[in-house]
Design a protein. Structure first.
Length: 186
């Protein structure tokens, strides 16, 4: 995702200017690991376990950027980790949760990532505790390239057998939900 790459490179350059080379080196190493893992994938779908491994590397970099302002909670049903998911399906959702939630707040914020199995479907959710969607934006459509690409990829892979919804969460913040057929990758 170009936004993520440019944000990371900008953060690294800021760390170098601030003479925080140790943190800059950690961020460069994390970015290298992330890019290496991305280039090794040669399939449109991976197991949820692989997707979460990639997401953890992505979040390690974001944790360096946001430091003590970012708290991540993963609630992953163990029965879901071998399900197949589109490769890199969660990253744009988490990036949007960060960009529109955490980055707009000076206080510590939470991102929650959930996976569960329900009625033959795999349910993936990303929620932040930020301000939620403004009244003038219809959340179900989204308004970013990452969200539009996510929608298009889901349509291409699952046709009419998926659900993708963006909404304000009942507990506050924004919530993205994807429901796709549960297919075991093992």
């Amino acid at each position: 995702n170009p936004h993520f790459l440019f944000n990371t490179l900008h953060s690294i350059s800021g760390l170098v200017r601030e003479d925080n080379k140790g943190l800059a080196i950690r961020m460069i190493a994390g970015l290298g690991d992330l890019l290496r893992q991305t280039l090794q994938v040669n399939s449109q779908e991976v197991t949820l376990r692989q997707e979460l491994d990639f997401l953890e590397k992505y979040l390690e970099i974001e944790q360096l950027r946001f430091q003590d302002r970012l708290n991540v909670k993963m609630l992953i049903d163990p029965d879901t980790v071998e399900a197949t998911v589109p490769c890199l399906i969660l990253q744009p959702l988490v990036e949007n949760a960060l960009r529109h939630g955490i980055s707009k707040s000076a206080k510590a914020s939470m991102i929650e990532i959930r996976a569960s199995r329900e009625n033959g479907n795999l349910i993936l959710q990303v929620q932040n505790d930020g301000p939620g969607f403004p009244a003038q934006i219809k959340p179900s459509n989204g308004n970013s390239i990452g969200i539009a690409n996510t929608q298009a990829r889901l349509e291409s892979l699952y046709h009419n057998s998926f659900r993708f919804k963006l909404e304000n969460a009942e507990t506050g913040g924004a919530l993205a939900t994807i429901a796709i057929p549960f297919i075991s990758g093992s």
